[in-house]
Design a protein around this ligand. Structure first.
Ligand code: PMV
Length: 314
């Protein structure tokens, strides 16, 4: 029997980095999907096929590479829970670029968990987030859970390290531009750099956290209403804080300059140092903005909110 599920990528609309130091962040699931198909096997086999690696080993105790560790964790955990004595064949098909701050690893764990549970029983979003996050933490010890929550639940979420996540009841459609710098970076390194900035600029950092919190209170209603013009203005304000803490660079600045000729404002999404920017560009200008980015050598996409989150497709 085969069970197939999809799960969306995410963008951080507001609050990255400051969220690590106690403010809230606003995230949203986007319609860029990873699909995972899981087939139950009679024999003691764990076979995984994905762009980031493949393996064929024993599900009982075979070794897998670190990259495939989270998927092996999911297969083993759910097999044990459901009393499945055979193996599994997992095929991952992702349309989410990896290492770009769009939550590809979390989405992959979320889709794999949804599909694997789906082989044996109905699954709830709570179950998906719990197992997918445990799996992700086998590789990224510090994963906060925000990405897996956004991918599992879909829509727009507010996340805070202390209080967890809250889904914002918005059905607004929001069409944003996501452009990829093509520079892969380690979130941990960029986060450490911000920690150093904070240690050397205690008062200023505190002030920036306060500014970010105020910005987020204004930004949430704009996101709920799908007010692109205001969102763009707030992106610009948020970007100025991100630049001050040192997570932008020449490439990202250049991309922002290009998109800002067509829209209302842009910012880094995620850790920065590379990865992607998001931009509030009105629909009628998106084609031109994408062409300008392509001419400058950057891949970009129009994305919309994915309101559904993880789901079985058959
Ligand atoms: O680029 P990403 O998706 O890894 O996002 C990192 C977001 C940070 O706020 C910089 C770190 C975090 O754990 O929240």
């Amino acid at each position: 029997m085969t069970s197939t599920a999809v799960a969306p990528a995410k963008v951080i609309l507001f609050g990255e980095h400051f969220v690590v130091h106690g403010t809230s962040a606003v995230l949203c699931a986007i319609d860029m999907l990873v699909q995972v198909a899981v087939t139950s096997l009679e024999d003691d086999i764990l076979q995984i096929e994905s762009k980031v690696g493949s393996c064929k080993t024993m599900i009982s105790n075979g070794k897998v590479t670190d990259t495939l560790g989270p998927l092996a964790y999911i297969a083993r955990k759910i097999s044990k829970k459901s009393g499945h004595s055979g193996g599994m064949h997992i095929i991952v098909n992702s349309h989410i670029p990896s290492g770009a701050g769009l939550g590809s690893s979390s989405a992959c764990c979320v889709a794999a968990t949804c599909a694997t549970i789906g082989l044996f029983s109905e699954c709830t979003k709570e179950d998906i987030v719990e197992i997918a996050l445990q799996a992700e933490r086998t590789m990224f010890v510090n994963a906060s859970g925000a990405d897996s929550a956004a991918s599992a639940y879909g829509g727009v979420l507010c996340f805070n390290i202390e209080s967890g996540f809250k889904k914002l009841r918005s059905s607004a459609n929001l069409s944003l531009l996501v452009a990829n710098s093509g520079i892969q970076r380690s979130t941990d390194n960029v986060v450490s750099g911000v920690g150093e900035f904070r240690a050397n600029n205690v008062d200023r950092f505190e002030k920036l956290c306060q500014n970010e919190s105020k910005l987020i209170s204004k930004a949430i209603p704009a996101v709920m209403e799908g007010d692109l013009e205001k969102i763009g203005e707030y992106f610009g304000e948020n970007q100025s804080y991100l630049e001050e803490i040192g997570v932008s660079n020449n490439t990202l600045d250049k991309m922002i300059k290009i998109t800002d000729e067509y829209g209302y404002g842009s910012k880094i999404t995620g850790a920065g140092g590379g990865g992607c920017i998001i931009s509030a560009v009105p629909i009628e200008k998106q084609k031109e903005a994408i062409e300008a980015l392509t001419d400058a050598g950057y891949v970009s996409h129009t994305v919309n909110i994915d309101h559904f989150g993880a789901r079985m497709i058959h």
